[in-house]
Design a binder for this molecule. Structure first.
Ligand SMILES: C[S@@+](CC[C@H](N)C(=O)[O-])C[C@H]1O[C@@H](n2cnc3c(N)ncnc32)[C@H](O)[C@@H]1O
Length: 297
């Protein structure tokens, strides 16, 4: 499609994430209780999501931005929240609704999923105790507008929880990730890896970086990378906690082709080393988890 319009790109985005949600729902139900054991969650996300869920009290109003197949919105409701989830992907939202309907009597809170474009959404003022956004801000071009909406929609003292990429990958980090992926068994065979190195020669580092950034994955992938969402949030909110993901472990977690009994200890060891190097500033990561509080007036 030459020069697709905004609406056409939005449609493509919705279809893409609908396919991702369908594929995932074929192997695991869209429920945090089953998702938490998946390898990338066990290594990278479990403690952050459990920390978010521990903030929920029964009857709280929560909103998830970019809820996909709905597992995090549902997890918030399982803690007793009145939980709303918004996403641009109608097929992903349909999967979320279907699954919620199948377990509704066992959920202590309530769930409402809706299709909405976060670049243009109008949120009700002073309504939510918690707003969560996982992996969505970097797909948006109107991030500043959305952050303003979020600020107005939270009650005083309300929590904005974000887990997302921030900025672009440092070439040195991409090269270390690339080198690890080259020597360890991954989804790509050693023959293909060697073929790629010979073919791209001096251009190989740029190719590795581009593939790690997954620029061609979605029509909006990286649209929000130019926006410094962290600074935008810090301008309006009190940053309560801010943690960094490790720099290279995430890429390897997605790619490593070893049975769990070998992969999990290897990835956990790498996570600790990687994290220590990020804290000392030796490696630069792009994944951030942020707890931002709306100041109580
Ligand atoms: C990386 S996925 C993350 C999904 C989910 N938060 C998770 O962690 O599994 C990004 C999600 O953002 C949604 N998204 C992208 N652009 C959007 C927009 N403009 N408005 C609403 N949702 C959008 C996609 O449909 C997709 O479900």
């Amino acid at each position: 499609m030459d020069n697709p319009t905004y609406q056409q790109k939005l449609d493509q985005e919705g279809e893409l994430w609908g396919r991702v949600a369908e594929e995932s729902a074929r192997s695991v139900p869209p429920d945090w209780r089953s998702h938490r054991v998946l390898r990338h969650n066990a290594i990278m996300h479990t403690r952050h999501i459990d920390a978010l869920l521990s903030q929920v009290r029964p009857g709280m109003h929560t909103l998830e931005l970019g809820c996909g197949a709905g597992w995090l919105t549902l997890a918030l409701a399982q803690q007793g929240a009145i939980a709303r989830g918004l996403d641009i992907s109608a097929p992903a939202v349909a999967i979320a609704e279907q699954y919620y309907a199948s377990i509704k009597p066992a959920v202590s809170g309530r769930v409402l999923y809706e299709v909405a474009d976060l670049n243009a959404v109008e949120l009700p003022a002073n309504t939510y105790d918690i707003i969560a956004a996982k992996g969505v801000l970097h797909h948006l071009y109107a991030v500043d507008r959305l952050i303003e909406q979020v600020h107005a929609a939270l009650k005083p003292g309300g929590l904005f929880w974000v887990s997302d990429t921030h900025g672009s990958e440092a070439t040195s980090t991409a090269l270390i990730a690339g080198a690890l992926m080259l020597v360890l068994p991954t989804q790509t065979s050693y023959r293909q890896k060697l073929g790629g190195l010979l073919r791209f020669r001096a251009g190989a580092p740029a190719r590795i970086k581009a593939s790690i950034q997954a620029d061609n994955l979605s029509p909006f992938e990286g649209a929000g990378r130019e926006h410094d969402w962290l600074a935008m949030i810090a301008e309006r909110f009190e940053i309560e906690r801010h943690s960094e993901h490790p720099a290279v472990t995430g890429y390897l977690t997605a790619q490593l082709r070893l049975p769990d009994r070998m992969a999990l200890p290897l990835l956990r060891g790498l996570y600790r080393l990687d994290h220590a190097l990020v804290r000392r500033g030796v490696l630069k990561n792009t994944g951030k988890v942020l707890y931002a509080r709306k100041r109580a007036v």
